[in-house]
Structures are given as C-alpha cells and as structure tokens.
Design a protein. Structure first.
Length: 247
C-alpha cells in the first residue's frame, strides 16, 4: 500500500508541475521580439540535441515581428512564464520516503548570441551554421553530493551584452536545461527561446572565435547533459558547449 500511495503522489506531482517558456524580454510584449516557440501552449521541453528544435525551438519558420534595441555593455533581461522552478519527482527505491517525492528540479542556465550575417536581418536569419558563441554560463555549488544553481526559482534573468562586440543585429538565445532526469542519454530537458536584438555602442574590438552550431554543439552524452545530479560525488559541474566569450 505504501508503494502504491507513493507512486500515486509522484504521478500527481509530475502532472501538476508547470514547465515554462521564455516569451519576452523585459519591457516588451510576449512573442514580439522573441520568436514564438513550439511549446508556447504546452510548455514542454526539447530532449533531442540533434534536432533543429535545439536551436531556437521555433513554432514556425521566419522571425518575430520586432527587433529590440540593446546597448553593448548594458543588460538584457529575459522574462520566464511562470518561473524557472517546479516540483520534480525523485524516488529512492528502498523505503519510498515521501520527502523524496518533492525534490526541486535542477536547471543549468546558459546564453548564446549569433551575429546576423551581411545581407540578412535578425528577422530573416535562421541561425544555421557555426555562428553561435556563449556569453553566459551559470555554475552551481556542490554540497552533500548535490548541485544548487543560482537561477532556480527566478522569474527574470539579466545578462550583460559584451562591450567589445561589433554593432549590428544578433540573435540572443537563452537555454535552461532541466537535469532531474538526465542520468540517461535523452533525459535532459531543454527550455529555449531566441530573441532578435540590435546592438549599438559596441567597440567592435573583439571577435568571438569559439563558434558552434545548433544542432552540433552538444552530444547527448556530454558530461553536462547526461549526469546524475543527485549523486555527483562532489565533482565540479562541466557545462556542455564552448567556453564563455569575454572581452
């Protein structure tokens, strides 16, 4: 009876758990300069790192109607709906203690940008090819064999646009990876959006050199994607993808 009750609680908790989207930048309306994602109603994740959905998770071809102006050296703030947190399920097979059913899900946050090539605009550039460079990666603290990320529970996340970038139009890609089921390949859940931005005030003094493509940047077995976060042995987390570009 105890096992049946515990599994019933887990099923109920999982069904009630709200996933989320990143529908807008602060100061804009939903899906105005952010490309509407395929999960805009379901809030479901991408799980196949080899699919084209891993790039921007777009609902349809083409860009968003607007492009948001941002300043190099300034901040860009993403808004999550509803927020970057929900209860997850984790059962210890032996004992099935009820407190194990309500562990927080764990998310690794990163951000990428891609310069729009000459002859294109942010609205008509599809982001294909080795054009993406990482501009942010949060890192967890490890305690008691588990990780804690600083982004958990937030409804807004701010990033700094590198001051040394060249002016022009870019795609800005936010990526949250839920790792609560990532102990097997294909278990990581990616929550992704791409915004269209126009950067001004940049010095243009540096060019990102570690460029990647989506798909192509990740493998399902990368240490930062296939990982048992509940028993990591105190190891330092290894983010997937390239290093972070800095000025």
């Amino acid at each position: 009876m105890k096992a049946v009750t515990a599994f019933a609680l887990l099923a109920a908790g999982v069904q009630a758990a709200p996933h989320y989207t990143f529908p807008k930048l602060a100061g804009t309306s939903d899906w105005s300069s952010v490309r509407q994602t395929a999960n805009f109603q379901s809030n479901g994740p991408v799980t196949d790192v080899n699919s084209n959905a891993i790039r921007c998770y777009q609902r349809a071809a083409g860009g968003a109607p607007d492009t948001t102006d941002v300043k190099a050296g300034g901040q860009i703030t993403w808004v999550a709906a509803p927020n970057i947190y929900h209860p997850g399920g984790s059962i210890h097979r032996e004992g099935l203690d009820t407190h194990d059913l309500y562990m927080n899900e764990i998310y690794a946050l990163s951000a990428y940008m891609a310069k729009v090539p000459s002859g294109k605009t942010a609205a008509d550039f599809d982001g294909s090819g080795a054009v993406w460079f990482k501009v942010y990666q949060d890192m967890p603290t490890a305690s008691g064999g588990q990780y804690t990320w600083p982004s958990n529970g937030k409804s807004q996340i701010a990033f700094t646009i590198p001051q040394c970038l060249a002016d022009g139009e870019y795609l800005f890609r936010i990526e949250h990876v839920a790792l609560h089921s990532a102990s097997a390949a294909g278990g990581a859940q990616f929550y992704i959006s791409c915004a269209q931005v126009r950067v001004s005030g940049g010095s243009g003094s540096a060019q990102p050199k570690e460029l990647v493509s989506f798909p192509g940047a990740y493998k399902a077995t990368d240490p930062g994607i296939m990982i048992n976060i509940y028993n990591n042995g105190g190891k330092t987390y290894q983010p997937a993808g390239p290093g972070v570009f800095s000025c």
